[in-house]
Write a protein that binds this ligand. Structure first.
Ligand code: C2E
Ligand code: CA
Ligand code: CA
Ligand code: CA
Length: 278
């Protein structure tokens, strides 16, 4: 037992202690982020590829913490998932996004959509569909203007439960989109069994679309396939003009990326809308 204890001690290196301390610190900070009002949504426009005018936006979460500075979602969403904090945080995101989309509609009279990212644990929560319904009611936003982005990974991981939740969301009238399309282990068959409306082509394909013939071929094929299944297509990660021409030539419905606009705070977004709508 003694030697076991010793090796266990040896395996616990100081840098591991530092990591777990940092993690605990981050977790306790994240627990208070909601009540301290430290979370904010940034919005990135999604435009119609044909004319570059705004069709909607994706809500992207940020955490502004006094100690940690501005923290991006890749740094805290995994922790929020592990700890279950994603449930209240995700609920806040959906409610906030619906309210903001309603505000744009009141300002412009146009039915822009708002796309919200949904993480697996949040999606599996038994209260999820009711929460979505309540957020729509509270904001007075038509269900068809809310798009929920789900990764294909989630669907493949537990298909029976996921299938039931997707049908209930579809009945509510919200739009359902497959995020990061092409990066999972897709068996494409799920596309015809579930009520999806949109495919988002992952930015890794768009990045090299003008350089790699293979990526170009894949993007063309995804667009054709999606359209023949009655799905709309969003290309994400569009960074330069040549990519927009490629996407226009191949009939991609919507585009999103730094070429058009980075994710920006709500007030800046309202300014952006004024100059990018008809
Ligand atoms: P995602 O859903 O794939 O979101 C797109 C990411 O690409 C965003 O990063 C966005 O800022 C970035 N991006 C946009 N245009 C371009 C471009 O032209 N080039 C490049 N290189 N990147 C671009 P962000 O905001 O750091 O978000 C990272 C991920 O965090 C998101 O990936 C999403 O999976 C997750 N996330 C963000 N907000 C939420 C949320 O409210 N809930 C959950 N569960 N996940 C979220
Ligand atoms: Ca997304
Ligand atoms: Ca649908
Ligand atoms: Ca994505």
């Amino acid at each position: 037992a003694k030697s076991q204890g010793k090796s266990a001690y040896q395996r616990f290196r100081p840098e591991m202690k530092a990591i777990s301390y940092e993690r605990l610190q981050m977790e306790s900070n994240l627990r208070r982020a909601l009540e301290l009002d430290e979370l904010e949504l940034h919005y990135q426009p999604v435009v119609r590829t044909s004319d570059g005018l705004m069709a909607g936006a994706e809500a992207l979460l940020r955490w502004r913490n006094a100690e940690l500075g501005m923290v991006g979602p890749d740094r805290f969403i995994p922790l929020a998932e592990e700890t279950g904090l994603i449930i209240p945080i995700g609920a806040w995101v959906i409610r906030q996004a619906c309210l903001e989309a309603r505000r744009w509609q009141q300002l412009t009279g146009q039915p822009f959509f708002i796309a919200v990212n949904v993480s697996p644990r949040q999606f599996r929560d038994p209260g999820f569909v009711d929460l979505v319904n309540e957020a729509l009611q509270e904001a007075g936003l038509p269900a068809g203007q809310l798009e929920l982005e789900i990764t294909e990974r989630l669907i493949l991981d537990d298909s029976i439960e996921a299938s039931d939740t997707l049908s209930r969301l579809d009945e509510l009238g919200v739009r359902l989109s497959v995020d990061d399309f092409g990066t999972g282990y897709s068996a494409l068959s799920y596309l015809k069994s579930y009520p999806f409306d949109t495919l988002k082509i992952d930015k890794t394909f768009i990045g090299d679309v003008m350089i790699e013939e293979d990526d170009a071929a894949l993007v063309r094929a995804i667009i054709t396939m999606a359209h023949s299944l009655g799905l709309e297509v969003i290309a994400e990660g569009v960074e330069d003009e040549s990519q927009t021409h490629f996407l226009q030539d191949h009939g991609c419905d919507f585009s999103q990326g730094y070429f058009y606009c980075r994710p920006i705070v709500a007030d800046e977004f309202v300014e952006w809308i004024q100059t990018n709508t008809r």
